[in-house]
Design a protein around this ligand. Sequence first.
Ligand code: CA
Length: 230
Amino acid sequence: MSIKVLLVEDEVAIRKFTKINLERAGFEIYEAGTGEEGVEVAFRERPEIVILDIMLPGIDGYEVCKILRTQMPEIGIIMLTAKSQEIDKILGLEQGTDDYLVKPFNPQELVLRIKSLIRRLDYKNEKPVNHDSLEDGPFKLDFYSKRLLKDGKSLDLTPTELAIVKIFLMNKGRAITREELMELAWGDNFSGDNKIIDVNIRRIRSKIEENPAKPIYLQTVWGVGYRWGD
Ligand code: CA
């Protein structure tokens, strides 16, 4: 079964060109020219990945991201922007995007980013041998429902955030460097900014910690990286 990718982009030329390249890479492509249409197609086709332009007629990419994250937290989202000034805003999104690319982009780079994201989706879903869940203190990472629970209550983590939490729960107490996290969660071929790791850590903390400024679960190891403590 091929991976379903939804392309939400109002510029027809960019959409067609991107579609051809992604199909060549073996993905099954669905298209939408507006945010509203994007949401509709996403609900109907349940794609694994959404490529989401920010500037769209009607509801914009930020709004679409918010709707999709609320309704389909398991979906992988890569945002496209024409303005590099938007990057901080994209990374700061409360609900979170999994990755981003600045236009104009090389379609091969987009293919690599999609493959890296699929790797994270797979890594998140792949059960460790003999485990249906990983537990620590109030937390339970449930591989059946693909959710992280705290005291039995589901926390809405993005696929990337779940992949990161899984790495920490499988390596309790061990300090993990940014480079190692990058390799485990994003894969060797990831050419994006290291900053995306710190952004994801910050977002995970805001969801799992009582006081994200004084984290007790996802701790900083100065000069090294991060560690899951207890
Ligand atoms: Ca646009």
